[in-house]
Design a protein. Sequence first.
Length: 153
Amino acid sequence: MSTTSIAPGIENLTLLVTQEIHVQAPIETTFEALLEQVGPENDTPEGKAMPMKIEPWPGGRWYRDLGDSNGHLWGHVQAIKRPTLLEITGPLFMSYAVVSNVQYRLSEVDGGTLIRFHHKAFGLIQDDHRKGVVEGWNHMLVRAQARAEGRSR
């Protein structure tokens, strides 16, 4: 028996999330806090620890570490320019046919640092991931902000 499916339109194959947050801390402090938040200090919006590792160099891995050589590769560092850019490419939390590009761009502004965040994805993105992604990314930005601001006081 064969089945036929209709491919979704291009608008259903793309995802774009853009967020900004102002951090009242120096750019270097903010960048280091961001690396900690996407790495070993990562957690979910519900406060559950989510052990992640990031190798902060070009080609470095970003993965969820479940111990005993188990885990989930989220992506690779595509570009890093301390303290202004962290860019990652990969499937991220989506274990299916999708590719993502995530960019954290930091710039010095009056009173601290501005983080501009972009997540662009293309593929067969599941509805539950579409719905939860904005909250998840916002949580990571807010936690990085709190971490950086806590250090600069």
